[in-house]
Design a protein around this ligand. Structure first.
Ligand code: CU
Length: 364
């Protein structure tokens, strides 16, 4: 790194000296200076504009061809389709406008290149032209913004209609914990001040709150397909962001407050694994992993596709590894899994009260 910095500094110093000598040359007031562009120079520069145009079109086509496979598969949440469609329309408009304007920009740059003896025409303004190139973007942008606001309001409308499943996502450096409302589907009170590591009360649940007793705390998020989920996000330490890319969902987790997001998963993990794009992706990844295995390197076990919850705020040095698996399954599978989990009350009953309380009890 230091070598690179020294190299960059040397190059910049070199450029500065070169520019200074050029300024010095210009001050010598030579009548025949090689620095003034002639017709051939202007023409060559004009051709270079076309070469650059071909380059940017070429790199666009190349990127589509080479990198499209890295895009996410079709959305696995109810609102995801609408969100993706809005983004697609925005991209198509930007793509068309950019393709046309770049061509015009470079063509006019060539057409009106400098010519010996030519004098530029002074053209003050043209109201009609100004109107056209103002009103078109205004209409298009206003349309996109209104549609975006409408979509945003729909997605962000977190309410308790349709009996949503209540899930809390708890962020801390550097892992996620999820909590379900349990039998009553109500999340018990919690506060970071009530965290008791010795007794495994890692999320600071209020032991005196009856709603908290049946809460279920897990390290793997299971969701029944087709049921709306209301997420409540909390953070223990710094800003995190709960990001579930397959469901087109993201919400900041802010210390000291609860944030919300809601979505309905529409495809089970089994279903997404049968998606043709996903099958291709798994094949490619496992081919790389097989090569690694042959060389005896790490990370070489065959990989299975999974939904995932990631942290999307750079929250510290292990931020990149802050993730939790999400499994979307049928209601029956979900019920069976949930039945095998311990409630908060059961976990706490298994732990001895802290020594302080014990001493007090003995003294009494
Ligand atoms: Cu984080």
């Amino acid at each position: 790194m230091t070598t690179l910095m020294i190299f960059i500094v040397l190059v910049l110093v070199g450029i500065a000296i070169w520019q200074m000598t050029k300024i010095f040359e210009l001050t010598q007031l030579k009548t025949e200076s090689g620095e003034i562009a002639n017709d051939t120079d202007n023409k060559n520069n004009g051709y270079m504009l076309f070469a650059f145009l071909i380059f940017i079109y070429g790199i666009t086509i190349f990127s589509f061809w080479k990198y499209s496979k890295f895009l996410l598969p079709e959305a696995s949440s109810e609102h995801g389709g609408e969100y993706d469609y809005l983004m697609l329309v925005s991209f198509v408009i930007i793509f068309i406008v950019q393709t046309i304007t770049q061509a015009l920009l470079h063509y006019f740059g060539y057409k009106y290149r400098g010519k010996e003896g030519n004098k530029a025409l002074f053209y003050a303004d043209n109201d009609r032209l100004e109107f056209i190139w103002t009103i078109i973007p205004v209409i298009v942008l206003a349309g996109l913004i209104l549609w975006g606001l409408y979509t945003w309001t729909n997605i962000m409308d977190v309410n308790d209609e349709d009996d949503p499943l209540m899930v809390e996502l708890y962020a801390q450096q550097f892992n996620w914990t999820a909590r379900y409302g349990g039998e009553d589907n109500v999340l018990g009170k919690a506060n970071v001040r009530m965290i008791d590591i010795d007794r495994a009360n890692v999320m600071g649940l209020d032991e005196g709150d009856s709603y908290a007793t049946d809460d279920v705390i897990v390290k793997e998020l299971h969701l029944p397909v087709g049921r709306k989920v209301n997420f409540k996000m909390r953070s223990q330490d710094v800003l995190h962001s709960a990001y579930m890319p397959h469901f087109r969902a993201q919400m900041n987790c802010v210390p000291g407050m609860t944030t919300e997001f809601s979505f309905t998963p529409i495809k089970t993990t089994e279903e997404i694994r049968r998606d043709s794009d996903v099958i291709e992706k798994v094949k490619r990844t496992n081919a790389i992993r097989a090569q690694r295995a042959a060389k005896g390197e790490d990370n070489s076990d065959p990989w299975e596709y999974d939904y995932i919850l990631l942290c999307n705020k750079i929250c510290g040095k292990s931020h990149y590894n802050m993730q939790m698996r999400i499994i979307v399954e049928t209601q029956e599978e979900y019920d069976a899994w949930m039945a095998s989990q311990k409630t908060f009350g059961e976990t706490m009953a298994g732990t001895a009260p802290s020594s302080e309380e014990e001493t007090v009890a003995v003294a009494d």
